[in-house]
Design a protein around this ligand. Structure first.
Ligand SMILES: Cc1cc2nc3c(=O)[nH]c(=O)nc-3n(C[C@H](O)[C@H](O)[C@H](O)COP(=O)(O)OP(=O)(O)OC[C@H]3O[C@@H](n4cnc5c(N)ncnc54)[C@H](O)[C@@H]3O)c2cc1C
Length: 335
C-alpha cells in the first residue's frame, strides 16, 4: 500500500488530503503540520469566492480550470451538506466605486457566477456610489470548514501528526510521495524566495443585521460569515509584522463605517493579522528533491495561493492529486 504524506493543515493541505483519499482509497495518508485549525492563516480568512486578477496559474487555461473546478467543488458541498456544519454558504452583495468604473466588473466572476449584474440606479442611489455590480457567490468559513474536513479525513483512516519540519529532507525515505501544502512555510522548506507575505489586517464584528457583502474600491470590504462579519482591510506586500496595527485598525474602521454607519453599533469581537502566501504563480508541480548523500524525496507542490487560497484550494488540489496518482501509477508500471 503506498504511503503518502501531506505537509500543511490549512485549507490547501486538508483539501488535498481528503481529495487524495477520494482518489486513492487504498492509500495511507498522513497529514503533518506544526499548526492546525485556529492557528492557521486559513482560519482568519473571510473565505469569499471572488478571485482577483493577480491569481495566476502557469497559463490562462490552467487558471480558468482551477477557478471553475473550485467553484464546482464548493457548489457541490453547498447542495449536499448543512451549511452550519460545512461552513460553506451562499452570499450576495455589491462591489461599488465612484472613481473606478472598471473594477466593479470582475471578468473571472462574470464567466462563472450565475448572478453577476450591474447595479440598478436605485441601488446606486441608496448607497451613494456612481458604479456598482451585484453578484451571488459562495463563502467558506474555515472555522467550520477545517473541522469538517478534519473529521472527514480521520473517519476514513487518515492519521494526523503534529511536527515542525526544518527541511523537506526530514521526510526523505519515509514516504512514497509528499504533497507540500505548507503555504508561506514553503519559503523556508523549499528555499522559495518568491513566496512573499501580503499582510492583511481585519476586524471580526458581530452585527447580525448585515446580510449582504460590500466591496468598495480596492481594499474596503465587509463580508458576512456565519456569526461574524470580516471588516478589512490592508494589503501590505513584503510586510512581516504579525501585530495588530492601531493605525491600520483606525483606517479600516473609518472606511467600513462610512460604507455602513450602522456598524458602529456592532460588537468588535477580535482583530486579526495574517500573511497571504503570495507567489507570482501558484506552484502545482512534481519535483524530485535531492539531498546530501544521494537521498531523494518525491514531492508534489501545492502552495502560493496569496489572497485566494480558500476559494481556489479545491482547483489546485485536484491537479496536485492527479500528479500524485500519475506518479504512483508510473512507478507501479516500472516494477
Ligand atoms: C486578511 C486576509 C483575508 C483573506 N481573505 C480571503 C478570502 O476572502 N478568500 C480567500 O480565498 N482567501 C483569503 N485569504 C487568503 C487565504 O487565507 C490563504 O490563501 C490561505 O489560507 C492559504 O492556505 P494554506 O493552506 O496554503 O496556508 P495556511 O493556512 O497558512 O496553512 C499552512 C500549513 O502549513 C504548515 N506548515 C508551514 N510550515 C511548516 C513547517 N516548517 N513544518 C510543519 N508544518 C508547516 C502550517 O502549520 C499550516 O498547517 C485571506 C488572507 C488574509 C490574510
Amino acid at each position: 500500500m503506498p504511503n503518502v504524506a501531506v505537509v500543511g493543515a490549512g485549507i490547501v493541505g486538508l483539501t488535498t488530503a481528503t481529495l487524495l483519499q477520494d482518489a486513492l482509497p487504498a492509500t495511507s495518508v498522513t497529514l503533518m503540520a506544526d499548526k492546525f485549525l485556529q492557528d492557521t492563516t486559513s482560519d482568519g480568512a473571510a473565505g469569499i469566492y471572488r478571485p482577483g486578477l493577480q491569481f495566476q496559474g502557469l497559463s490562462p487555461e490552467v487558471t480558468r480550470r482551477w477557478l471553475e473546478n473550485s467553484y464546482k467543488y464548493y457548489k457541490d458541498i453547498l447542495h449536499a451538506g448543512d451549511p452550519e456544519v460545512t461552513g460553506v454558504k451562499k452570499v450576495s452583495g455589491f462591489h461599488f466605486s465612484s472613481q473606478y468604473p472598471d473594477i466593479v466588473v470582475n471578468p473571472f466572476l462574470k464567466a462563472i457566477l450565475e448572478e453577476h449584474r450591474p447595479c440598478t440606479q436605485e441601488e446606486l442611489d441608496l448607497y451613494g456610489y456612481k458604479y456598482g455590480s451585484f453578484m451571488t457567490t459562495v463563502l467558506t468559513e474555515c472555522r467550520r470548514f477545517l473541522p469538517y474536513l478534519t473529521k472527514k479525513f480521520k473517519s476514513r483512516g487518515g492519521s494526523i501528526v503534529e511536527r515542525h519540519l526544518t527541511s523537506m529532507e526530514d521526510l526523505a525515505g519515509d514516504f512514497d510521495v509528499v504533497c507540500n501544502c505548507s503555504g508561506f512555510g514553503s519559503r523556508d522548506l523549499c528555499g522559495d524566495l518568491t513566496v512573499t507575505p501580503i499582510r492583511g489586517q481585519v476586524f471580526k464584528v458581530r452585527a447580525p443585521w448585515v446580510k449582504y457583502f460590500y466591496y468598495v474600491d480596492y481594499d474596503t470590504y465587509i463580508l458576512p460569515g456565519f456569526d461574524l462579519l470580516t471588516l478589512g482591510g490592508t494589503r501590505q506586500f513584503d510586510s512581516y509584522s504579525s501585530e495588530v496595527c492601531r493605525h491600520d485598525a483606525a483606517a479600516i474602521w473609518e472606511r467600513c463605517t462610512q460604507v455602513l454607519p450602522g456598524l458602529k453599533n456592532g460588537e468588535i469581537v477580535r482583530q486579526w493579522v495574517g500573511w497571504r502566501p503570495y507567489r507570482p504563480t501558484v506552484r502545482v508541480e512534481r519535483e524530485t528533491m535531492t539531498f546530501a548523500g544521494n537521498k531523494t524525496l518525491e514531492v508534489v507542490h501545492n502552495y502560493g495561493h496569496g489572497g485566494y487560497g480558500v476559494m481556489t484550494a479545491p482547483g489546485t488540489s485536484i491537479d496536485a492529486v492527479k500528479l500524485v496518482v500519475d506518479y504512483l501509477a508510473s512507478r507501479k508500471s516500472k516494477l
